[in-house]
Ligand binder design. Structure first.
Ligand SMILES: *Cc1c(COP(=O)(O)O)cnc(C)c1O
Length: 404
């Protein structure tokens, strides 16, 4: 329960959103539910503090307590990920990304990353994003045969174009990465290896996915995707990059950090180091595998044939639907997903031929692998017909399942 704001209109919207979240199933791969401790930390007195700079070297007065707090968050993140340099100030994953470009690149530098339509992210050289406007984007893809990253293409392009930065990590790629191989390629090509672990970091913290930390020059994280933290960013790096990255975050990209968010990050890092969190993330991954398997049994094709992680991309082109149609039909049936493009998609990005599902929120809601079989049946059914009475009936069943 949140404290009322006293603003009737906003309180009404909060109540409606709370109702929406508790009666429909959130299957958005980039969403989870922050813990009660994290929410409490966000609502503390630290939201009033200006603390431009870093502990011991602030622009503002009165930062002694904020300094201790930031050092605590840094120490906890360093222990959680086993990294030398930590910066807890980035406002978001995208702000952390901008700091990476600022620390390692200059305008027009070539940057090599996964194609957006193969699962990549807009901050990896999309023309609609600063990264594609101010840098020179080059893209590798997945193989048509198995829809996994084509590391031979990564090497060929890296040696041919000699990018300043090689980027790995994606928004809609469900397989583990070969970080050792990426490191080798980066060394051969003489470039910086940036792993965008926006999603991945929670899996890494729980020990269920390989860690990029031993291999990457720099790793960026969103603290609100699988990690049940506040909306925010995090930078992890080798110590030799400390000065460049610190200056890139502040003052190059940002002003004062959100000190209450840093408090919430400190809480989240401690919670993410517990066996309970590791159990939760194992359940998230088991649920994703079960859901992907059950959808396959219903005749839906999963990109790359399955998943190693918390997410899967489902191809609906054989059902003569767009990803947008699929998203709308599923939402009418109480299941909230993202539309997605599939590798080598023939439809425009605004429609796509698939949808992306993820299990972090559903797992927080208490669903298990048995429930995933039920969900797959509902998804299959909801996709089969235009929105109608059957969708409303499924929506009620979803609400009943969540009410448990
Ligand atoms: C979500 C995401 C981001 C951006 O993170 P925000 O915290 O939303 O700014 C960056 N890269 C990838 C791969 C992502 O999935």
């Amino acid at each position: 329960m949140t404290t009322p704001t006293g603003d009737v209109t906003v309180d009404g919207l909060v109540a409606r959103e709370r109702m929406r979240r508790s009666t429909t199933l959130q299957l958005i791969a980039s969403e989870t539910e922050p813990t009660a401790g994290v929410r409490a930390a966000l609502a503390t007195v630290f939201d009033a503090k200006y603390a431009e700079g870093y502990p011991g070297a602030r622009h503002h007065g009165g930062c002694a307590v904020a300094d201790e707090l930031e050092e605590l968050a840094v120490t906890r993140a360093g222990a959680l990920f086993g990294t030398e340099y930590v910066n807890v100030q980035p406002y978001s994953g995208s702000a952390a990304a901008m700091a990476v470009y600022a620390a390692f690149g200059v305008i027009d530098d070539p940057v090599l990353a996964l194609r957006l339509d193969h699962g990549g992210h807009q901050s990896h050289g999309s023309r609609a994003n600063f990264s594609g406007r101010w840098f020179n984007p080059l893209h590798y893809g997945v193989r048509a045969s198995d829809e996994r990253i084509d590391y031979d293409q990564v090497r060929d392009m890296a040696l041919l174009h000699r990018p300043r930065i090689l980027v790995a990590g994606a928004a809609s790629y469900s397989r583990h990465y070969d970080f050792a191989l990426l490191r080798q390629i980066a060394d051969e090509a003489g470039c910086v290896l940036w792993v965008d672990a926006a999603h991945l970091a929670g899996l890494v913290a729980a020990g269920v996915a390989p860690s990029p930390v031993p291999y990457a020059d720099v790793v960026t994280v969103s603290t609100n995707k699988i990690i049940r933290g506040p909306r925010g960013g995090l930078l992890l790096a080798q110590q030799r990059h400390a000065a460049a990255l610190s200056k890139a975050v502040y003052p190059f990209v940002q002003g004062g950090p959100a000190v209450n968010t840093i408090a919430a990050k400190a809480v989240a890092f401690a919670e993410s180091a517990t066996p309970a969190f590791a159990d939760h993330v194992r359940a998230v991954v088991a649920n994703a595998a079960a859901l992907a398997g059950a959808l396959t049994a219903h005749g839906l094709r999963i990109v790359s044939g399955g998943t190693d992680t918390h997410l899967a991309v489902v191809d609906v082109s054989a059902r003569d639907l767009t990803g947008l149609d699929a998203r709308d039909r599923l939402e009418a049936a109480g299941m909230v997903v993202d539309k997605a493009v599939i590798p080598f998609d023939t439809r425009p990005v605004a429609q796509g031929s698939g949808f992306r599902i993820g299990t972090p929120s559903a797992t927080v809601a208490g669903l298990d692998t048995g429930d995933m079989e039920t969900l797959a049946g509902w998804i299959d059914e909801a996709l089969r017909t235009p929105i109608g009475p059957r969708h409303r009936a499924i929506r009620e069943q979803v609400a009943d399942l969540l009410a448990g």
